[in-house]
Design a binder for this molecule. Structure first.
Ligand code: ZN
Length: 273
């Protein structure tokens, strides 16, 4: 059912991040297409997580029913500090919320467009950083549930951002920062009852992206406005494809769009496009 919809690219931490796009039954090694022509063509349909097909999403990638009823679209998904499963209090579906919230979570600092604080589930730290286009990251704390990570995040938001400035992230490499020192300074502001969860391991992960050319004046393109997006792939950072003409395409914000993907050598482009 979801074989033909766009999904965020899989990432692997290598010398430079390796990106794989899984669509139409094919796994594309996207790094190989840099310097070549790619084309994404939207059919006009989107499919919600629940399987409902529509011509557009209601909000945030959900149909109307899921947006208002699914635990995947509840308030605490967007604001982890509102999680209550650890108290046995249901928001929309306690069984689902227990599974999702009552698992180890990490609080991290990442540098993608300046320093930000974020949270992530157990094994996903590195994946999350690559998805955000971070160039450096460090784990700050490991907590037993999502709520505690939200509480730490809230306490640090007074000092650092909690969102990535994607325009800045796509405009080049950020200035490197001493994340160990940053962590030590911020750790002081973690609430006393949560200080026990601060990690002593200060490993800094550095991440490089396959980008040959950054856009100068960023133009974000969207399938709703332009159902066929084609051009030379100049690089990939975070979940963005950097295309010629200073265009950037956020694959993640098009998850669920029924589309086809194709690629071609530039010298042969007349044959395909
Ligand atoms: Zn739905």
């Amino acid at each position: 059912m979801f074989r033909d919809t766009l999904k965020k690219m899989d990432t692997e931490l290598k010398d430079v991040v390796k990106y794989t796009l899984d669509i139409n039954g094919v796994k594309h090694n996207m790094n190989n297409y840099i310097g070549k022509q790619i084309k994404i063509e939207w059919s006009g349909d989107v499919i919600c997580n629940c399987g409902k097909t529509m011509n557009k999403f209601y909000r945030s990638g959900f149909c109307y029913k899921c947006y208002w009823e699914s635990p995947k679209a509840s308030q605490s998904i967007f604001k982890p500090e509102l999680c209550t499963a650890h108290l046995g209090i249901e928001e929309r579906d306690l069984e689902w919320e227990k599974k999702f919230q009552l698992a180890p979570h990490f609080v991290y600092l990442a540098n993608s467009s300046g320093i930000k604080v974020g949270i992530t589930r157990g094994s996903q730290g590195v994946i999350r950083w690559m998805d955000q286009g971070a160039s450096q990251a460090i784990l700050l704390a490991e907590v037993p549930n999502r709520r505690f990570s939200g509480d730490i995040e809230v306490s640090l938001k007074r000092f650092v951002a909690d969102v990535t400035n994607w325009r800045k992230m796509l405009s080049g490499n950020p200035q490197l920062v001493d994340l160990v020192k940053m962590k030590e300074e911020l750790a002081v502001h973690v609430p006393a009852e949560l200080k026990q969860y601060i990690l002593t391991n200060n490993t800094v992960t550095e991440i490089r992206y396959p980008v040959t050319q950054y856009p100068k004046k960023i133009k974000s393109v969207k399938l709703e406005k332009t159902p066929i997006i084609a051009g030379e792939l100049l690089g990939i950072k975070g979940q963005y494809l950097l295309l010629d003409g200073d265009r950037v395409f956020n694959i993640r914000s098009h998850e669920g769009f029924v589309s086809t993907f194709s690629h071609q050598e530039i010298s042969q482009q007349g044959l395909l496009f």
